[in-house]
Design a protein around this ligand. Structure first.
Ligand SMILES: [Zn+2]
Length: 149
């Protein structure tokens, strides 16, 4: 690894730690996921899993199942950009969990070029789709982040 790659890895670790902290905003109980979109060293969007704007802040139904209209963190971060003057084209996404296939489709269409994630999922179809689209995908193990925050 050269100096530039090492520096990028340090930045990646720092942003993924921020995404982990951001996930704490989620009011979902079963699973909390956070996502950040970074472009040219600026965080241009953020998201966490939750219900759409204007809906009650409850993700689970009476059987403790996730409601079908809960948006994933990635979808929230990408759609937030649609309401701003920013563009996700060429950006990097930091997300605390491996993207599902639905979010992978959105990530591809949003022009995101790199995806860094920190938690594996049993289904890898989302990750595989991203790779097929030529997106750089990097898994960072949380216990290898080191102690500095
Ligand atoms: Zn998803």
């Amino acid at each position: 690894m050269d100096a530039a790659q090492l520096k990028q890895l340090e930045l990646d670790k720092r942003y993924i730690r921020m995404a982990i902290i951001w996930a704490e905003n989620s009011y979902c109980h079963r699973r909390k996921v956070g996502a950040l979109i970074v472009k040219e060293k600026m965080i241009i969007s953020d998201g966490y899993n939750g219900t759409p704007s204007g809906f009650e802040n409850v993700c689970e139904d009476e059987n403790n199942l996730t409601k079908p209209y809960v948006l994933h963190a990635e979808a929230n971060a990408i759609t937030k950009i649609a309401r701003s003057n920013n563009s996700s084209d060429g950006a990097t996404m930091y997300v605390t969990a491996a993207p599902c296939i639905e979010c992978a489709k959105l990530i591809i269409q949003a022009g995101i070029k790199r995806v860094i994630y920190s938690e594996k999922y049993r289904l890898e179809d989302g990750i595989n789709l991203l790779k097929r689209a030529g997106i750089e995908v990097l898994y960072l193990e949380p216990d290898k982040f080191g102690t500095e925050i």
